[in-house]
Design a protein around this ligand. Structure first.
Ligand SMILES: C[S@@+](CC[C@H](N)C(=O)[O-])C[C@H]1O[C@@H](n2cnc3c(N)ncnc32)[C@H](O)[C@@H]1O
Length: 370
C-alpha cells in the first residue's frame, strides 16, 4: 500500500506543477482552477506566485490553511464544485489523485466548469495512470489529449471545444462511482456509511481490526480491574477517524465523551453521517492532527497515515506522535497500530515513558503509549 517516491522524481512533477500555476497568465479569459489534494508540502505551496487569477479547491484542511496563509483564494470541501459557476474557468490544473473515482469526478466536474476553448491539465507520473486518465478524458472531451513529458513527469492536456455543445447533447461522463454520494456499506459484518475519497472507504483495514481487538482488551481490563474498577473510561479521541471504524467498534465501552477528527473533508462527512445514523453522540471535526482541539483525552485511538498521497512521510509520524502527547490527559493511554517496519518506538520514546507492544501480527504492530 505504501509507496516511496524518490526525491528527484517528485521534484520534476512539483517543478512542472508550480511552473504551470505561476505561468497561468496565458489565458486572460477567466481564472485558473487548481484542484489539489494531499500531495504538496507547505514549503512548495509557498512557492506559488501566479500572475493571473487563481482559485484552489482542496479536500485537505491543512492544504487549505497553508494556501489561505499564503494569500490564495481557496475552497475547502469534499471536491464539491457547486459553488463555482459552470463555464467560468479558463484552465484547470490537477495533479491526479490516487483514487480513480475521485479523478473521474474531478474530470467530469472540471469539464462543466471550463469555458469553451478552456483546458484541463492533468499532471502525474506514468504509474499514476496519467496516460489512462488522458485516454478516458478523450471520451468526455471528444478531443485528442496532448501528452507532454517533462523528465519523468507527464502532463496530459484536454481542450474543451470552442463551440458549446447543443442543449440535448449528452456528454459521456466518466464513471466516478457517484463520488459525492454517501452510501450504506457492509464489510466484515459491520454496516456503516461511507463514500469514495475516504481512506479504505468500503473496507475494514486489517490494521484497524487488530487495533480494535487489542484496544478492547486493554480498555475492558481497565474497567474491571485496578483502582478505577467499575468506573468509566473517560473521554476518547480517534485521531484520523476516517469513516469512524474505531469509534463504531468501541461504542459499547463506557466512555464519557467521544470525538473523532480527520483532515479529509470526505472522511468528516462520512463519519458524521455514520454516527448520526447509529444515534451515537460523537463530535467530529475537520482539523490538522487535532490542532484546534481544546480538551485532553483519556484514551486516544489512532491508525496513523504513514503514507501521504504518493509518498511515504516520516515527518507525518513525528507530527502524529507529538500531537498525541499534547492531546493525551496526564494519566491517559494511547493505542496505535502501524506497519511493523515503522520504528515507531524510536520516535515515541521522545514523548512517552511507557511504550508497550501489544501485538505483532500480519505485518502490523499495536502499541500502547502512556
Ligand atoms: C489509516 S487511516 C485510519 C482511518 C480510521 N481511523 C480507520 O481505522 O479506519 C488514517 C486517517 O488519517 C487521516 N489523516 C491524514 N493526515 C491527517 C492529518 N494531518 N490530520 C488528521 N487526520 C489525518 C486520513 O485522512 C485517514 O482517514
Amino acid at each position: 500500500m505504501t509507496k516511496t517516491t524518490p526525491g528527484h522524481q517528485g521534484h520534476h512533477l512539483e517543478h512542472l506543477l508550480i511552473g504551470m500555476l505561476n505561468d497561468a497568465s496565458h489565458d486572460a479569459q477567466g481564472p485558473t482552477l487548481w484542484i489539489v489534494d494531499e500531495n504538496l508540502s507547505a514549503a512548495q505551496l509557498q512557492a506559488i506566485h501566479p500572475r493571473a487569477a487563481l482559485l484552489a479547491i482542496t479536500n485537505r484542511f491543512e492544504v487549505g490553511e497553508a494556501l489561505r496563509a499564503a494569500g490564495k483564494q481557496v475552497l475547502v470541501n469534499d471536491f464539491d464544485f457547486a459553488a463555482l459557476p459552470v463555464t467560468s474557468v479558463a484552465r484547470i490544473v490537477y495533479r491526479v489523485s490516487k483514487e480513480r473515482a475521485l479523478v473521474h469526478h474531478c474530470i467530469n466536474e472540471g469539464y462543466k466548469l471550463l469555458l469553451p476553448g478552456g483546458t484541463l491539465n492533468l499532471l502525474g507520473h506514468k504509474d499514476d495512470g496519467i496516460k489512462t486518465h488522458g485516454k478516458n478524458g478523450e471520451q468526455l472531451f471528444r478531443n485528442k489529449a496532448q501528452l507532454q513529458k517533462h523528465g519523468i513527469a507527464y502532463c496530459t492536456t484536454l481542450r474543451k471545444f470552442s463551440q458549446l455543445a447543443s442543449a440535448n447533447d449528452n456528454p459521456e461522463w466518466l464513471d466516478s462511482k457517484d463520488y459525492a454520494r454517501l452510501r450504506s456499506c457492509q464489510a466484515g459484518g459491520l454496516e456503516f456509511i461511507s463514500k469514495p475519497g475516504v481512506f479504505g472507504w468500503n473496507k475494514i483495514d486489517h490494521g484497524s481490526e487488530l487495533l480494535v481487538r487489542e484496544a478492547r482488551q486493554v480498555l475492558i481490563g481497565r474497567t474491571t480491574a485496578g483502582p478505577g474498577k467499575g468506573a468509566g473510561l473517560g473521554s476518547v479521541l480517534d485521531l484520523g477517524c476516517g469513516y469512524g471504524y474505531l469509534l463504531l467498534m468501541t461504542a459499547d465501552l463506557p466512555f464519557t465523551r467521544c470525538s473523532g477528527t480527520d483532515n479529509n473533508a470526505a472522511a468528516v462527512l462520512a463519519a458524521k453521517a455514520c454516527f448520526e445514523q447509529r444515534q451515537l453522540a460523537v463530535s467530529v471535526t475537520l482539523d490538522d492532527c487535532g490542532e484546534h482541539l481544546q480538551e485532553r483525552f483519556d484514551v486516544i485511538l489512532c491508525n496513523p497515515p504513514f503514507h501521504q498521497g504518493f509518498s511515504t512521510s516520516s515527518a507525518l509520524a513525528a507530527k502524529f506522535l507529538a500531537q498525541i502527547r499534547k492531546l493525551l490527559a496526564d494519566k491517559g493511554i494511547a493505542l496505535l497500530v502501524v506497519n511493523q517496519f515503522i520504528p515507531i518506538e524510536k520516535v515515541a520514546a521522545e514523548h512517552f515513558q511507557n511504550i508497550t507492544t501489544l501485538c505483532l501480527q500480519d505485518g502490523f504492530k499495536v502499541v500502547q503509549l502512556s
